[in-house]
Design a protein around this ligand. Structure first.
Ligand code: HEM
Ligand code: HEM
Length: 236
C-alpha cells in the first residue's frame, strides 16, 4: 500500500512550513489592508484571509505538486513504497487542498445579499473547488500503471485535464476576485505582482518541459527499445 506511513522528514517540516505560510499570510493581509485605505473602508478580514489562503494554494502548493509530478519522475529514490515524485505530489496537493477547503468554508460563511454562488467570481471559484476536490478522490480509484490499459490512459487524461483546467480557472477566479469582487478592490500593484508570479511559473514550466523533451529524445535515440523514455519510469 502506498499510503502506509508518512516519511519522518515530512512530519518535521510541514508544521514549520505551515507557520511560515500563516506569518506570510498575516503580513500580506496587513499590507493589503493598509494600502487599501482606512480600516473602516476595508473589506471584512475573512475576505482577505479567504483571498490569501486561495493565493497560497494556487501560487505555491498546487504548482509545486504539479512540477514534482511532471519533472522529477527520473529520481530513483523510493520511500515507504512511494517514488520521490509521487511522495511530493501527494504532500503538496494534500496541503493545497487543506488551504483551498479552509478558504472555501470561509467564503461560504461570508454574509451575502444575493445568496450563494451568485456572482461571476463565486461561480468560477466554485468550479475550481469542485475540479480540485475531485482530484484526490479520482486518485483513490486510479488503475495500476502496469500494464498500461485503456482505463489507465483515460484516468490519466481525466486527472491531468481537471488539474490543468482548475489551474487555468484559478487565474480567472483570482483576477475577478481581486478587481471586481472584494470591496475596495485590491490595488493594481498587487494584481501585477500576482501576474508576475504566474508569468515566472509559466516560464519555469516551459524551460523544464524543453529540458524534459530533450532528455526524452536523447534517451529514445540511445535506446530505441525504451522509447517511452524518462517520462514513463517510476509511475504510481
Ligand atoms: C482560486 C482562487 C479562489 C477561489 C477558488 C475562490 C472561491 C470562492 C468561492 C467559491 C466563493 C463563493 C462563496 C459563496 O458564494 O458562498 C468566493 C467568494 C468570495 N471570494 Fe473568492 N476565491 C478565490 C480567490 C479570491 C481572491 C483572490 C479574492 C480577493 C482578493 C476573493 C474574494 C472573494 C470575496 C470577496 C467573496 C465573497 C463574494 C460575495 O460576497 O458574494 N476570492 N470565492
Ligand atoms: C493526493 C491526491 C493525488 C494523487 C494520489 C495524485 C496522483 C497523481 C498521479 C498518479 C499522477 C500521474 C499521472 C500519469 O501517470 O501521468 C498525477 C499527475 C498529475 N496530477 Fe495528481 N494526484 C493527486 C492530487 C492532485 C491534485 C489536487 C491536483 C490539482 C491541482 C493534481 C494535478 C495533477 C496534474 C496536473 C498531473 C499531471 C502532471 C503531468 O503533466 O505529468 N493532482 N497525479
Amino acid at each position: 500500500m502506498q499510503t502506509a506511513q508518512r516519511p519522518a522528514r515530512t512530519v518535521c517540516t510541514t508544521p514549520r512550513a505551515a507557520c511560515l505560510l500563516v506569518m506570510i499570510s498575516l503580513a500580506v493581509i496587513g499590507t493589503v489592508r493598509a494600502s487599501s485605505g482606512l480600516h473602516k473602508d476595508s473589506a471584512p478580514t475573512s475576505q482577505y484571509i479567504h483571498a490569501v489562503l486561495m493565493l497560497i494554494a494556487w501560487t505555491v502548493l498546487y504548482p509545486a505538486g504539479v512540477l514534482f509530478a511532471r519533472f522529477t519522475r527520473h529520481k530513483q529514490s523510493v520511500k515507504m513504497g512511494m517514488p520521490y515524485w509521487f511522495r511530493w505530489h501527494v504532500i503538496f496537493q494534500v496541503s493545497g487542498s487543506v488551504f483551498l477547503l479552509t478558504g472555501f468554508v470561509l467564503a461560504l460563511l461570508m454574509p451575502k445579499q444575493d445568496g450563494h454562488f451568485s456572482g461571476v467570481h463565486n461561480k468560477v471559484g466554485l468550479a475550481v473547488v469542485i475540479a480540485t476536490v475531485l482530484q484526490p478522490l479520482n486518485a483513490l480509484v486510479r488503475p495500476h500503471p502496469k500494464p498500461e490499459t485503456l482505463k489507465r490512459k483515460i484516468w490519466e487524461h481525466v486527472h491531468k485535464g481537471l488539474g490543468y483546467g482548475a489551474a487555468m480557472m484559478s487565474i480567472a477566479a483570482v483576477i475577478i476576485g481581486m478587481r471586481w469582487t472584494i470591496k475596495p478592490e485590491v490595488p493594481m500593484p498587487f494584481v501585477m505582482l500576482y501576474l508576475g508570479i504566474i508569468g515566472c511559473l509559466s516560464v519555469l514550466f516551459v524551460v523544464l518541459e524543453m529540458d524534459r523533451r530533450k532528455k526524452h529524445h536523447a534517451l529514445a535515440a540511445a535506446d530505441p527499445t525504451n522509447a517511452a523514455g524518462v517520462t514513463k519510469v517510476h509511475r504510481s
